[in-house]
Ligand binder design. Sequence first.
Ligand code: SF4
Ligand code: SF4
Length: 363
Amino acid sequence: MGIIKPDIEFKRALSSLSGSQLNQCMQCGSCSAVCSLAPEDRPFPRKEMIWSGWGMKDRLVGNVDVFLCHQCGDCSSYCPRDVKPADVIAAIRQKTYEHYMRPKFLSKIVSKPALLPLALLIPVAVIILILSMAGTFKIPPGPVDYSAFFPHAWLNSTFSAITLLFYSLAFWGIVSFWKDMKRNTPAPAEMGGRLPVFKVLGEILSHSNFSGCGTQKVRKWAHMLVFFGFGLLVLVTLYAIWASITHNYPLPLTNPFKIAGNLASLMIYCGLGIMVFHRVVNKSVFGKSGYTDWLLLIAIGVLTLSGTLVEMARFGNWSLAYHLYFFHLVVVWFVIMYLPFTKLGHIFYRTTALLYARSIGRK
Ligand code: SF4
Ligand code: SF4
């Protein structure tokens, strides 16, 4: 028989994040019955609700099932006690990121509003240090040329090295997460442990779980626009790095990659617009929105907008071009380098959980 280890602080944190009165759950099971994504064997979220009420952190943070949920909100709509199981599951996911993210320091500064200035101050200080070492920390004369301000070799090498360092550190958190999922939800004896990489990739790219998840189809389209827009921007950025190495940068407006980059920005604006509208006006679509949800939406929005302004400033020779560029680099750091430590880290955690779930036949 397993020993129950209650963690009251954890329970309080879940209750505060989700706005749920966890003790009100009467374990009727309606939430699991209406959930179209819950497996037949040990369905969610009823069991997670009782574990949350008991503060069983060790069962909840390494729990593969909370990542099978795509937060349609159907369970909350049907809960007779208004305990908001969808928001509780989202809160468990948030606590999961905080539990596994390494180093803890980086995870803390991007999840607490009071530490936001510090999270921004770090990239500001490091970028100033790099520019000072490159000897280019001043506004260059003549037409706008960002490489005269931040030489490509310095930009590419330092930003790539810091990104690699942060992502390598975060990787150990993912390894611990995988081990805990194995311990909490062991593979049935008949499963061979093969990783269905292409199947999971297909699920993610097609957003098929959003289709299977409840009635709020608008979430699927909003997520697809931001997901593919962001992915396209990453590809365009990789091409831009290549072009700068081969001295074919900056790109003209008619370059296909430039056009793709602007199209990606448009997709992100549309997706974010839908998300923000529904989070403010139609809260049933996205559930309760916390600090980390808003921070992510605002950071991606500011990243895209500052990128557009930096491009316009170059073509228009704006006097504030280099200030905008500096600001854009700080936001790039915030979104891309901090990625494994913010809610955007769900890219890694959900993918890992889906891989594990499908590898043990959990559908
Ligand atoms: S969360 Fe609501 S629907 Fe689910 S078991 Fe508890 S009371 Fe029932
Ligand atoms: S939010 Fe939707 S997918 Fe998640 S547990 Fe509730 S009904 Fe299931």
